[in-house]
Design a protein around this ligand. Structure first.
Ligand code: NDP
Ligand code: 2IT
Length: 448
């Protein structure tokens, strides 16, 4: 049996009931096959793949907090410190009821390659909790965040592990966590990114993932003789990534006609009104029904079971920006039937493996999340640099560095795909380019 298949079987056997983790590992290992097989004996002797798929450390903890009725609530807390070969662990904290160890491991595993692709010195990690911030008061969210950090602070630090936002963790949560970390340690250091601008945050970090997604998409289209201007775009999600993807797509001359949340989706043929979307989502923390109520051109659709509405709308470019496995084979068929030319993932692993294959086989330009959404973590690394030198850069400075990073990522994965005879397979290109740097660092550092 080939080394790649052996290691995949081992992952499934050793990590039962973690389907998302298996999926992430399978996708990466499948595309590394050509690289591994060229050097199989050396990699096998060093157990390089076994070490790559096994987190360096996993921290699982209890998070007790008191709700507004005086009732004690208990959540599960997680931090998976996956790989520190090329830098301190770096990756977000997800707060969502669906969070479990397998979800955090899939995200942490993806993060290793994503962070490598940025070209910046950051290792891979991820964390979070099954706490649901939705419908909670600010005081309840603060109580949870303080309890979460009261345990996690022992394991993180500006030079060891630097968490940030993800689903359910935005500026409010990062603020409460930072305050508690500072109180417990007495340190004013860049231990978290996505901080507010008044206490060490970076300009353009809020916008970075969505903007970066569009910078990369623009470059991918350009290198294939196409232009983002004038294109019709469908976006899923209406959180941090989606909002700034919509904004940048419009700035680049595209028309975005959809957004969604977990209960429904909007079709707005006039183009999404970003100011209204921000008011509804960032200020009022309301549902998309509030957007539809304020916008005559918008039609709201309640989400029906198993149906992912936005992918049935005719478009040129599709940008899934909500969550994992939100674009399946039926959705891919609908997109292809409607003439889609490009799909780029703002979310982590939003496209199922069979859907990815279908899109690629039908000539759709497809860029995976570990490359397309790397602008968020890249700008987090720029926030770490600013914190270290105790300076703040201008919006234009950060934004132009972000754009350079995204353009470079595209060219690196394109070149890696070509080098291994997989021209146009950007999934393989991203996995190979991300892997090679980490593998070289792991090999150089010996058996650790
Ligand atoms: P937010 O919490 O700001 O927004 C998430 C959006 O996705 C919301 O519209 C939410 O709807 C929807 N959503 C979340 N879970 C589900 C679900 N299970 N089913 C349907 N819809 C869902 O998160 P972000 O925008 O930060 O993150 C979105 C994606 O991008 C995630 O995959 C994340 O890992 C990834 N990402 C984020 C980065 C960042 O910098 N923030 C960087 C790189 C990747 P509702 O509000 O109704 O729950
Ligand atoms: O998935 C991701 O890359 C993020 N949620 C951002 C991580 C970070 O450290 O900014």
């Amino acid at each position: 049996m080939s080394y790649v298949d052996e290691v995949y079987d081992l992952v499934v056997a050793k990590n039962p009931a973690q389907p998302e983790f298996h999926q992430a590992v399978k996708e990466v290992l499948e595309s590394l096959r050509v690289v591994i097989e060229a050097n199989e004996d050396a990699y096998r002797k060093d157990a390089l793949l076994e070490r790559l798929v096994t987190p360096e450390r996993q921290i699982l903890f209890r998070v007790p907090w008191v709700d507004d009725k005086g009732q004690v609530q208990v959540n599960n807390g997680f931090r998976v410190q996956f790989n520190s070969a090329i830098g301190p662990y770096k990756g977000g904290l997800r707060l969502h009821p669906s969070v479990n160890l397998g979800i955090i491991k899939f995200l942490g595993f993806e993060q290793i390659f994503k962070n490598s692709l940025t070209g910046l010195p950051i290792g891979g990690g991820k964390g979070g909790s099954d706490f649901d911030p939705k419908g909670k008061s600010d005081r309840e969210v603060m109580a949870f965040c303080q309890s979460f950090i009261t345990e996690l602070y022992k394991y993180i630090g500006a030079d060891t592990d630097v968490p940030a936002g993800d689903i359910g963790t935005g500026a409010r949560e990062i603020g409460y966590m930072y305050g508690q970390y500072k109180r417990l340690t007495g340190l004013y250091e860049g231990v978290l990114t996505g901080k507010g601008l008044s206490y060490g945050g970076s300009l353009a970090r809020t916008e970075a993932t969505g903007y970066g997604l569009l910078y990369l998409t623009e470059e991918m289209l350009k290198c294939n003789g196409k232009d983002i201007a004038g294109k019709t775009v469908v976006v899923s999600g209406s959180g941090n990534v989606a909002i700034y993807a919509v904004q940048k797509a419009q700035q680049l001359g595209a028309k975005v006609v959809t957004v969604s949340d977990s209960t429904g989706w909007i079709y707005d043929p006039e183009g999404i009104d970003v100011a209204l979307l921000k008011e509804v989502k960032e200020v009022k923390r309301a549902r998309l029904t509030a957007y539809a109520a304020a916008r005559p051109s918008a039609v709201y659709h309640e989400k029906k079971n198993g149906e992912h509405g936005v992918w049935n709308i005719k478009c040129d470019v599709a940008l899934p920006c909500a969550t994992q496995n939100e674009l399946n084979l039926d959705d891919a068929k609908a997109l292809v039937a409607n003439g889609v030319i490009a799909v780029a993932e703002g979310a982590n692993m939003p496209t199922t493996m069979d859907a990815t294959k279908y899109l690629q086989e039908n000539g759709v330009l497809f860029c995976p999340g570990k490359a397309a959404n790397a602008g968020g973590v890249a700008t987090s690394a720029l926030e770490m640099s600013q914190n270290s030198e105790r300076l703040s850069w201008t919006f234009e400075e950060v934004d132009s560095k972000l754009k350079n990073i995204m353009v470079n990522i595209f060219h690196n994965l394109d070149a890696a795909a070509k080098k291994y005879g997989l021209d146009g397979d950007y999934v393989a290109g991203a996995n190979i380019a991300g892997f090679l740097k980490v593998a070289e660092a792991m090999t150089a550092q010996g058996i650790v």
